[in-house]
Ligand binder design. Structure first.
Ligand code: XMP
Ligand code: MG
Length: 178
């Protein structure tokens, strides 16, 4: 069992680099076939999705574009809790089929926020591609079209995901040892 330390925590390998690569092959093949003839824009959600987006997109054969947005979370000055603004839009997605590319879908809050914005901006179709999915944590009903791996409700790092900013460069996915 491969174990690593990041800062004060220990993690154990959950998904290997080879497993990730062959799963992305399958997902790309599926997207290439499902979305043939569509006007497609891939939309990566930074920071976590940058590796998955790159690895997926290099396997895409559709004439398409890719763009990235980021969620800026900050506490509101009023008592309404955290406000999450989507920044970095530079792509007109009106009448396009948008493939949202996420590193992980956990509670689904992020996804719901992005999905709502795509509806407002009048995307003609919305597909969701996520490398990881925590079914036990997911609280929304947005359908996840392309899921790399369903994982237990444990904190994970690697392959774009971080612990306090570290671990994004790990080529496989590691789960926190409790
Ligand atoms: P929600 O709950 O909005 O979460 O679906 C999505 C975002 O939260 C981050 N996230 C994680 N990051 N290990 C991480 O490094 C995890 O286990 C984890 N779970 C959620 C991530 O940024 C994701 O986009
Ligand atoms: Mg993320």
């Amino acid at each position: 069992m491969k174990e690593i330390n990041i800062l004060d925590k220990t993690f154990r390998e959950l998904i290997t680099e080879q497993e990730i690569n062959s799963r992305i092959d399958e997902i790309a093949k599926q997207i290439n076939s499902d979305l043939a003839g569509h006007d497609v824009v891939f939309l990566g959600i930074l920071n976590g999705a940058f590796l998955f987006a790159a690895d997926l997109y290099r396997r895409i054969k559709l004439e398409s574009r890719i763009s990235f947005i980021k969620l800026a979370s900050y506490e509101g000055t009023s008592s309404s809790g955290s406000i999450r603004e989507l920044i970095g839009w530079n792509e007109d997605i009106r009448n396009k089929t948008v493939v949202v590319v996420e590193d992980i879908v956990d509670t689904g809050n992020t996804l719901e926020r992005v999905f709502g914005e795509l509806v407002i901006r009048k995307a003609s179709g919305i597909k969701i591609a996520t490398m990881l999915y925590k079914p036990d944590a997911y609280k929304k009903d947005i359908f996840l079209d392309y899921v790399g791996f369903r994982i237990p409700n444990d904190f994970v790092v690697g392959y774009g995901l971080d612990y306090d900013g570290f671990g994004r460069n790990l080529p496989s996915v590691y789960a926190l040892i409790k």
